[in-house]
Write a protein that binds this ligand. Sequence first.
Ligand SMILES: Cc1ncc(COP(=O)(O)O)c(C=O)c1O
Length: 384
Amino acid sequence: MLQVTALPLSELRERTSEKWREYPSDVLPLFVAETDFPLAPTVKAALQRAVDLGDTGYIASRTPLPAAFAGFAERRYGWSPDPARMRTTADVSMGIVELLRRVVQPGERVVVTPPVYPPFYDLVAEAGAEVLRVPLRDTGTGWELDLDGIRSAFEDGATAMLLCNPHNPTGTVHDRDTLVALAELADEFGASVVSDEIHAPLAQPGTGFTPFLDAGEAAQRVGYAVVSASKAFNLAGLKCALMVTADDATTAVVRGLPVEVEWRTGQFGLLAATAAFSPESDAWLDGLLRTLDENRVLLEDLLATHIPGARYRIPAAGYLAWIDLTALGWGDNPARRILTEAKVALHYGPAFGDEGRGYVRLNFGTSPEILTEAVTRIAALVDR
Ligand SMILES: Cc1ncc(COP(=O)(O)O)c(C=O)c1O
């Protein structure tokens, strides 16, 4: 395992990505899902080699990425997807839209489970479909899919579901039984499930992450997974994702996509993702998971000490914390006040759906120093 430590703030401020350019330099940015860690050495070497060679043309029609992902899935999840049933595209969002366009007729409804990654609402609309909301159920200790609500949605004519596995923003790792039951429901109603698994490499050890396509035979029939190395390895700007299927009919759908969908894959993204999914990157990813584990616990301590009114449940996956600030009385969208008065940028809770009123989403993929400073700044508002 490697030690993975975030860059110092002075270097981060030199970055030019959205996280570091959206707000002025007196704001600590903990909003968009980019991380503050250096690249994994394997990824850096692959990109460096490409720069040295000027290897910046179009992606090849046969690439090592599907086999690299299959190896990763086998090592990390005990799942053996078939590289012949995968195709690349520019990013997870594009994969979702292209797949929904094929499996849903214009105007049909797609189940989404708020609070959920805000662009899901837009992606369904971009595919010409309509969103049917079936909120997650709050169990008192976590969140889970509302299978009865999803059954009703399918009974009412929804023809697909956009699953977030693991779930953003709650960090929920859906358990295998739930996913098996979801797949059987979809199968019963002839519906499709598009499973966004972008946060899957960041499921913490022992949390039992299950790839949707590995959740029984029905899942193989109804499911499409869209996967990427981009969240764990911070490669979003390089543009590469994989669409994965597990049976002949769904594979035919993916093979039927225009070749342009594949050609939009970034060459740097493809090279970086291939390196990220290689066995040589496992020690770095393990180190990252350990750092994130420390951060998710540190955040709990910081909130308990400085903002006891905050309600936070340690996420099982990822680097996003879903924090209920309702008790502070800062209104439906507390991130607004936090931005203007504490100079900390968090993601707006209500953007994730009505269930996000009073909530903020905080990105803890950073250093303990930045995390501590952010919570300290927010805590100063509590006493005002
Ligand atoms: C659940 C989820 N899906 C998709 C995306 C966007 O992925 P991409 O940049 O590959 O479209 C994100 C980004 O944070 C995400 O959290």
